[in-house]
Ligand binder design. Sequence first.
Ligand code: ZN
Length: 312
Amino acid sequence: MAQSPQHPRQPGPRAGLRLMHVHAHPDDESSKGAASTAKYVAEGVDVHVVTCTGGERGSILNPRMDRPDVLANITEIRRQEMERARDILGVRQDWLGFVDSGWPEGDPKPPLPEGCFALVPLEEATERLVRLIRDFRPHVVTTYDERGGYPHPDHIRCHEVSVAAFEAAGDPERFPDAGEPWQPLKLYYHHGWSWAKISSLHQAMLDHGLESPYADRLKDWEREPEWEERLTTRVPCGDYFGVRDQALLAHATQIDPDGFWFAIPREIQTSVWPTEDYELVVSHVESTTPEDDLFAGIELDRLAETDTRESA
Ligand SMILES: [Zn+2]
């Protein structure tokens, strides 16, 4: 497990709070929750991104970067892209050290490649994440929902590992060699692609006489009211959409500057949907939903009484 240099923490009104995002691949931290990450960093929160795999099997999705020399060095290039995004977002980042499972293409789908993240025994991956949780001691952890956000095998595995580690980290009987127990207080899932958000952005594009990138997606969208009601938490972060976009662009092999991610003008995003959205799944503190803050119910001054060890 490679330890990356730690990003110096910024002073701010919320210094002392710690947030951990667990993601499957380099670029996921920039495409999911990046603006709320930047907002919390600006407020002094210490944010730690854990990247489960190196993204070795990702395709090159930016035509400018689709070159043999890039493909031949994709592992190293994605590592450098991640370092740039880390610095833009102002987070610490660690690799969990597993190999990308790839997106299985074909019907029927081919078997997953030997040794990939999705095939590693759950306990092994969980122990590695428990170790990072006990070391960083986050108050809040985020991950994907049980469908993975989208059904990439690494995203589903990332969900399973995160949920298992969130439960195990505070239990002294689980993984006793992986550090002193630490129980994070809240667990969230990302909900970045709600029908309400996508249909609102779609309508705003049409109202401005612009072409919406979501027409086909919405035509086939089978709404699921129970799923939609799971969203509990909308974090206002429109002021940080620019930072999010810079972090996305740092992943130059994955993100086409002329493509999908930038199809909606930022002003429309900021006026129509200036939040990033989450589902509160587990809470060990009193908090009432709906919320607008991942740390709702977590009081810094009360933490100080129980949290005496200076954070690493
Ligand atoms: Zn991913």
